[in-house]
Design a protein around this ligand. Sequence first.
Ligand SMILES: C[S@@+](CC[C@H](N)C(=O)[O-])C[C@H]1O[C@@H](n2cnc3c(N)ncnc32)[C@H](O)[C@@H]1O
Length: 457
Amino acid sequence: MMRPMVPPATLAPLLACPACGTRLTGDACLACRIDYPSLAEIPWLMPDPRASLIEWRGRLHHLLTHYGAEAARQRAALARVAPGGLTRQRLERVAAAFDDQAVRLRELLQPLGLERRHEAHAVHVALGTELPLTQGLSSYYANLHRDWCWGDEENAAGLAAVLQALPAGTRPARVLVLGAGAGRLAYDLHRTLAPELTVALDFNPLFAIAARRIAGGLPLELYEFPIAPRTVADHALLRRLSALAPAPAGLEFVLADATAPPFLPAAFDLVLTPWLIDVLGEPVPRQLQRINSLLMPAGLWVNHGSLAFADADPALALTLEELLESLPDAGFSRPAAAEAQLPYLSSPASRHARLETVITFCARKERDVAAPPRGRELPEWLRRSDLPVPPLAQFRAQALSTRVYAFLLAMIDGERTVRDMARLMEQQKLMAAEDAEPAIRRFLLRALETSGERPSF
Ligand SMILES: C[S@@+](CC[C@H](N)C(=O)[O-])C[C@H]1O[C@@H](n2cnc3c(N)ncnc32)[C@H](O)[C@@H]1O
C-alpha cells in the first residue's frame, strides 16, 4: 500500500523534490503540490509518483503474466514427452517453480497494489506501457541471487576494488549509491566504512523491497532460473537470500530515478555509480554534472563497472580514455583507473558466466559546475498537458503503420490463409504477394508474442 512518506531522520534534511529540486517539507513539495508516498516503508520519490506507480504496477502484471505463460508452456510440452524419465521431471519442476515464483512475487510486491489495476491489458499494449521483460521488474534479476546467495567471491571482489580506489583513510559521513540494484555493495560499504548514512537508490521496486528486507535481517526465498542449467534440478532453484547480519542503522533505501535524484545539492561526500553510467541511457556529460552537484566540495565519486555503451549515440559511447579526459571539464580531478578481470554472474548452477574487465576509479570534486535539468530531456509539449502535440513526420509514419496493422488484423476471419492475406495486400498495392507472405508470418508471430504468451508448436 502507498502511504504518506515518513523519511528517516538522517535522510529527511537532505531530501528535495525530484521534479523541481525544492527542499521537501515533510513528505510534500509545496511548489509542485505533490505529497510523496512510500512503498513498503521505502520513500517513493519519483518525479510523477502516481504515473510511475502505474507503470511499475503494469510491469508487475506483465511479469506475472509471463510466469503464468511459461508454466503453461512447460505443461503443454509434457504432452510431447514419454512417461517417466528426466525430461518429464524437468518440465514438471519448472512449471511448478514458475507458479510458485508468481505467488511469491505477488506477495512481496503486494504494496504496488496489483488489485488496483483496472485498465485492459490491450490498452497497455497499445500505449507501450507493457514493457518488454528486458526493461521490467526482472531486469538484472540474477543480481539478487549473486548479491545474497552464491556470489561471495564476486561481491568481495567488487567491494575490494571500490575500497582500493578510495584515498587511504577515507571516512565518508554520507554515501549515495546510484543504481544500487539488489543492494549488496551498498550494504557492504555501509558495514565497512561506517558512515552515518548510506542511501541505496534504485527505481526498481523489486530490488529495493527485497534488498531492504534482506539487509534488515529477514531472509527471502525466490527462484533462480539459470541461463545454462547444469542439471535438471538447476533449472529452477529455490534460493534463500540472506545477509550475514542485519545492517547497522543508517542504511536507507530510496525508490527514485537516478536522472532526477531527490536530494539537495552537496548532500553527499561520496557518490558511487556501480555498473550504471553505461546503462542509464543518459549522456555521460549530463550524469557528471549531476554527480558533481550531489557532492559537497572535495567530495568523491567512485565509478565501478565496465563501459559498454551498446545503444548510445556514437558521440557519447565513451572509452575509458575519453571519459577520464572529460572529467576536469565536469569539475573533477583526473584520476588513474584500475582495471581487473573479474567473474561476473557466475552462478554455480549455470554453465554460463561472464568474465569482465572491470574499471574502477575515484575522482575528487574540485569545483562546482552548473547542475543539469532534472530527469530526461523532454520537449515542452510532452511535459505539459496544455500545449498542442505537433504533427511530426514520425507520428505520421506511425499512423500509416498502424493502419497497415489494423488492415492485417482485420483480414483474420478464421477462413483466410497467409496466402489469401498476401493476395489482398497485393490488391491494395501495399506489397507484392510473394514478399507479403513471409512478412505476414513474421507479423502474426510478433502479435502472438506481444500478447504475453509465447506460442508453442
Ligand atoms: C547493471 S545494474 C547494476 C546494479 C548494481 N549497481 C550492481 O552493481 O549489481 C543497473 C542498475 O541500475 C538501475 N537503474 C537503471 N536505470 C535507472 C534509473 N534511471 N534510475 C534508478 N535506477 C536505475 C537498474 O534498476 C539496476 O538495478
